[in-house]
Design a protein around this ligand. Structure first.
Ligand SMILES: [Zn+2]
Length: 383
């Protein structure tokens, strides 16, 4: 092998740079020289048509994603309202999804605030969606109304306006009415809204394709992937299940259990070892159905019981909001089709057929309570 003398060259040392240039670019030039062109000739593009398609497609993408965001919030709203009694933490709400161009841009996938401006989304704060049957709707607020301020104070900064509004609603001595200064068709007016107490859960719609939803301590995350294949009632059941997790404080309980039982230490270790074993075993048997890495997560204490509890309480949450419960079974049918392993492999949730049976039993229990006029509350382990 030839030794290239570079040690004695003056600084900046050009020799290694020149050599790396040769090593990287010469093969690239050689590759490009060997490239072959296309065989067939498509018709030449018509530029004005492309521009028209671009404008249409952009409007379509923004319209569809915004509609999905609004739909998810509208589906969750009646559940938040009807289940104060089942939620550990509650908050005041006036029932309006407030947004602005920048905020909306953060919620949509691959869409910038600049593109929102192109389709006419205003740069001021506005009511993106007024929740059906909520206090803001009753007070006369409408979708698209511009929000100028709160309690006669004009606030032009959208972030500040949202902050002031949530501070007003978060006060210990909550005001009976909140005065919104709004503008509709350029005419300013005051709308006085009486807030109501609802479950304290926020909603985030992730535009990803994953078929999933999950709950944090206060936030429900719903993947658009799930909304793409499920009907509204099935999505609403998933939201109710997640709201039950939030309302019952499952994340906090889970963390506590993980700490007390030592699972916080051994589960990540077993999960990592399992994932390692997975990658080795998958080489010999790619059709292997059990992931040892994921299975380790199932060792977290009470996890499966919490899932069964969220399934059960979620159905009561739907019933208390007078919503259709059949979406639960359809959601499980879709899970079985799309994630067939959930039919027979036990990880963190009960098996899907078990969940279906439990849902039907819970629906029968709720129907019976309705017929006998009993209170619609889930049965406690200790009465
Ligand atoms: Zn769950």
């Amino acid at each position: 092998m030839a030794v290239i003398p570079v040690a004695n060259c003056a600084r900046p040392c050009l020799m290694p740079r020149f050599l790396s240039f040769l090593f990287i670019f010469l093969p690239l030039v050689a590759l490009l020289a060997g490239c072959v062109g296309q065989t067939y000739r498509p018709p030449p593009p018509v530029t004005p048509q492309i521009a028209a398609f671009e404008a249409d497609s952009l409007e379509d993408a923004i319209g569809m994603q915004t509609a999905r965001l609004v739909k998810a919030h509208q589906l969750l709203w009646p559940l938040l309202v009807a289940n104060e009694e089942l939620c550990k933490k509650t908050r005041l709400s006036i029932g309006v999804l407030v947004s602005d161009r920048v905020e909306l841009g953060k919620n949509l996938r691959g869409i910038t605030a600049g593109q929102l401006a192109l389709v006419g989304v205003p740069d001021y704060t506005f009511a993106l969606s007024v929740m059906k049957g909520g206090p803001a709707e009753a007070a006369g607020l409408r979708d698209g109304d511009q929000l100028l301020g709160v309690d006669a104070k004009k606030i032009s900064d959208p972030d500040k306006l949202r902050e002031v509004l949530s501070r007003q609603l978060g006060k210990k001595e909550a005001p009976e009415k909140i005065d919104l200064l709004i503008a509709r068709n350029g005419i300013e007016q005051n709308i006085s809204v009486a807030p109501i107490r609802v479950c304290d859960a926020a909603l985030r719609v992730n535009e990803g394709d994953v078929l999933n939803a999950y709950a944090g301590t206060k936030t429900i995350t719903l993947y658009a992937g799930l909304m793409r294949i499920m009907d509204e009632q099935a999505v609403q059941y998933v939201l109710a299940h997640e709201l039950a997790h939030v309302g019952l404080g499952h994340v906090r309980k889970g963390v506590r259990n993980a700490v007390v039982s030592g699972a916080l230490v051994y589960v990540p270790i077993l999960s990592a070892l399992g994932s390692g074993a997975d990658s080795v075993l998958d080489r010999f048997d790619p059709a292997r159905e059990i992931s040892l890495g994921s299975k380790a997560l199932g060792l977290l204490p009470s996890l499966e019981a919490f899932e069964a509890e969220a399934d059960y309480v979620g159905l009561y949450m739907l019933a208390r909001a007078d919503l259709e419960m059949g979406g639960a079974v359809r959601a499980f049918e879709i899970f079985s089709r799309e994630k067939p392993q959930s039919i027979w492999v036990r990880y963190t949730h009960p098996l899907t057929p078990e969940r279906m049976q439990a849902a039907e039993a819970a629906i029968a229990e709720i129907d019976h309570k309705r017929q006998t006029g009993a209170t619609l509350l889930p049965n406690k382990i200790k009465p």
